[in-house]
Design a protein around this ligand. Sequence first.
Ligand SMILES: Cc1cc2nc3c(=O)[nH]c(=O)nc-3n(C[C@H](O)[C@H](O)[C@H](O)COP(=O)(O)OP(=O)(O)OC[C@H]3O[C@@H](n4cnc5c(N)ncnc54)[C@H](O)[C@@H]3O)c2cc1C
Length: 135
Amino acid sequence: MSASPETTSDVVIAGAGIAGLTAALTLNAQGIRPVILESTREIKPLGVDINLQPPAVEVLTRLRLRERLEKLGVPTSSARYLAREGTLLAERTLSPEEQQIAVHRGELQNMLLDTVLERLGSDAVRTGQRVDGSS
Ligand SMILES: Cc1cc2nc3c(=O)[nH]c(=O)nc-3n(C[C@H](O)[C@H](O)[C@H](O)COP(=O)(O)OP(=O)(O)OC[C@H]3O[C@@H](n4cnc5c(N)ncnc54)[C@H](O)[C@@H]3O)c2cc1C
């Protein structure tokens, strides 16, 4: 990654968070090579564990990231319904389409960043560059 002032691309994405990185991989899968401008100088793996809902898991699966994702996180195989005091009311196994994956936001971001650099090249993410507007 660099903070080069020269940026030419048909598509510019503001921010290398999990949304911007996923958007970049999705565009790249369609033959478009975007550039991501990230305002911070260094991308740090910040955050807490988040639960990726089935639509998010599906997007990442289509991007051929399911294996990497499952290594990082914990797939949810069943849903348990508990009463307020903790008594188990019901439990059911989730189908593959219903599966959620719990993953640390920062580790997910790092995995997406590594994948962007692998697939789009090391100059696809420019740090220390803030997007101030568009025309
Ligand atoms: C406690 C907590 C629990 C959560 N649990 C869940 C959960 O269970 N499931 C779930 O799906 N989500 C959860 N979330 C939400 C999830 O973490 C966020 O929705 C997600 O991280 C947002 O990603 P993002 O890429 O949109 O934004 P961000 O991660 O905020 O990334 C934006 C990036 O853009 C950069 N940027 C901003 N402005 C500019 C600019 N002008 N120019 C260039 N760069 C810029 C920033 O520096 C940053 O790197 C949780 C959030 C919190 C705080």
